[in-house]
Design a protein around this ligand. Sequence first.
Ligand SMILES: Nc1ncnc2c1ncn2[C@@H]1O[C@H](COP(=O)(O)OP(=O)(O)O)[C@@H](O)[C@H]1O
Ligand SMILES: [Mg+2]
Length: 222
Amino acid sequence: MIITFASSKGGVGKSTTCAAIASALALNGERVLLIDLDQNRTLDRWAKKAPIEGLTVSAIDPQKFGSFFREKEASGHYDHICIDLPGNREVTLFKALARSDLVVIPAQASEPDLREALVVVSDIRDVAETTGRPIPYRLLLTKIYPLRTRVTDFAYAELARLGLPLFRTALVERSAYREMFLNGHPPVLTEPGKGAGQEIIDLLAEIRAIVADTKSELRKAG
Ligand SMILES: Nc1ncnc2c1ncn2[C@@H]1O[C@H](COP(=O)(O)OP(=O)(O)O)[C@@H](O)[C@H]1O
Ligand SMILES: [Mg+2]
């Protein structure tokens, strides 16, 4: 699978979710390449703290993304490629979208975040139309409060009104997600079978199902 984590806003949880999902795949015995396109190199630094077998993290110059991606994909060395994007609308965003099996758009349950998510959605639709291939995407609510609040109710109502597809799993505001960048350990290791660890397992199951469904629909159509 090629999974891209995108949003035109910073601080919404792109890098956190990307690292957590990539770790879960690698700890399941799958070979994962994580491409860090953010010039802050958050994930490159994270990976050096507690390396995980089967997970390769490469921070690359956005200018070299196209050739790097082609080479790695053709190498057959990886089962999955996860792409962490910076929070801007640079050309790498469009290049990554064009290659994705699924785009995860993290957003907090707030009006400005949902507006930003809509910008990414319209970019995805443009790329899908231009390339003539479907690019599935889902919004992922992040850093939500564990209890239902007026804010989360507003977010769910807005998403329904806008017809935006959403992951059933949402990531609650939890220290395990913050700790990950401090000690390097991903949620599936720090909270196995509960809390953040369970959320990531649930999210990954949804991701796999969406990618599998899209592939089988494409086979039927083709
Ligand atoms: N579900 C969560 N619970 C608690 N903290 C979170 C969560 N998701 C992200 N964070 C924290 O929020 C900050 C921004 O997250 P990050 O993944 O770097 O966002 P982005 O890549 O979109 O800029 C980081 O300090 C991260 O630890
Ligand atoms: Mg980031």
